[in-house]
Ligand binder design. Structure first.
Ligand code: ZN
Ligand code: ZN
Length: 128
């Protein structure tokens, strides 16, 4: 086959691969349901076709773009346990870092105070 045909064929294969990958990425719930038993990983409730909509895919590292095909980042959780899982994180976020967060805000302010002093010094130098 000539060069042109070979390139076109390669591009077509690449296109198919790209769209297949996009499809896989979009359907991680379907993948997870194929891969994992239909049981809530938290409360152990069983699911079947009729109430399967209540079973959701939780990302263990909370990164929805991290979807390894072996399912290692997925956990099937029912609606309620999934809500719990995330509200627990929200509570932890809101309560724990009150101290560190305030300290970080101070850190943000201090460089400006230092900058003022630096600028003042520079002005003094150029004036003298
Ligand atoms: Zn549950
Ligand atoms: Zn989740």
């Amino acid at each position: 086959m000539d060069e042109k045909t070979r390139k076109e064929r390669a591009r077509r294969i690449l296109d198919q691969e790209v769209s297949a990958r996009a499809g896989r990425r979009g359907g991680y719930r379907e993948q997870a349901l194929r891969l994992l038993p239909w049981v809530c990983g938290s409360c152990g409730r069983d699911f079947e076709g009729s109430n399967l909509a209540e079973l959701t895919v939780h990302h263990k590292d909370h990164d929805h773009t991290n979807n390894p095909p072996d399912g290692s980042n997925w956990e099937l959780l029912c609606h309620w346990c999934h809500d719990n899982e995330h509200s627990r994180d929200a509570v932890a976020d809101a309560s724990a870092p009150a101290g560190p967060r305030r300290a970080r805000r101070d850190d943000l302010q201090s460089p400006f105070a230092g900058l003022d002093r630096l600028l003042a010094t520079d002005t003094d130098d150029s004036d003298s």
